[in-house]
Design a protein. Structure first.
Length: 215
């Protein structure tokens, strides 16, 4: 059994969305300063790093993060590789990639994964995202969770339409996953967001586990 940790490591200098509050991870009690123990504090947006969006992120009357059904966040997931030439994930791209009805959880590895593999500093505005017609196709296929290997499932400065289509249909976006070491295939996904009251999103620790032989 092989476990792939597809979560980004939270650190103060990690790439983040422009305009978000700074990520601060720091110790405020230190053993070397004579404290009884080490204690750290964390401050960041709930949409920084690897995270899940709740409907409330874009829908005024949408459900908050603590209400998301856990059975969607855990279960069989398919990792699909898209060519590096793909700059926008349209319905045509998804059809050609073989994504079809009956797939519940889909994680897309794109050219974005090289940003993490190369430890590229700073926000990359030219990342590959999903177009509105691509989002509609995923809904039509019955996908319930869609993951992408950058900080948003939608292209930069074109976020609303794609998110609204998915969130209105009850599709959970999993954003900021690191798939650069993950082969295409079928896995078991475990993706549990922090249980934050009334929040529009939450950080997650997401892992993929190889299916055991015979499963």
């Amino acid at each position: 059994m092989k476990i792939y940790d597809i979560s980004l490591t939270v650190r103060s200098d990690m790439p983040d969305w422009p305009g978000f509050p700074p990520i601060l991870l720091q110790r405020f009690k230190k053993l070397e300063d004579g404290a009884n123990n080490n204690i750290s504090a964390l401050s960041m947006s709930v949409h920084s790093g690897t995270h899940v969006d709740a409907p409330y992120h874009f829908l005024e009357d949408g459900a908050a993060i603590e209400t998301l059904p856990l059975d969607i966040l855990i279960g069989e997931a398919r990792v699909v590789h898209l060519a590096d030439e793909v700059k926008l994930i349209t319905e045509k791209v998804l059809v050609e990639a073989g994504i079809q009805a009956g797939w519940t959880r889909v994680l897309l590895r794109t050219r974005n994964s090289q940003f993490w593999a190369q430890n590229r500093a700073g926000f990359q505005p030219d990342f590959t995202g999903i177009s509105p017609d691509g989002a509609a196709y995923l809904v039509d296929c019955g996908v319930r969770l869609i993951g992408l290997d950058y900080l948003s499932i939608a292209p930069y400065q074109k976020s609303r339409a794609t998110h609204e289509i998915l969130l209105k249909a009850g599709v959970i976006p999993l954003e900021g996953v690191d798939l650069h070491l993950v082969p295409a295939g079928i896995y078991q996904l475990y993706c549990l967001p922090l249980k934050l009251a009334g929040s529009d999103g939450a950080p997650v620790r997401a892992v993929l586990i190889d299916n055991l032989p015979g499963q």
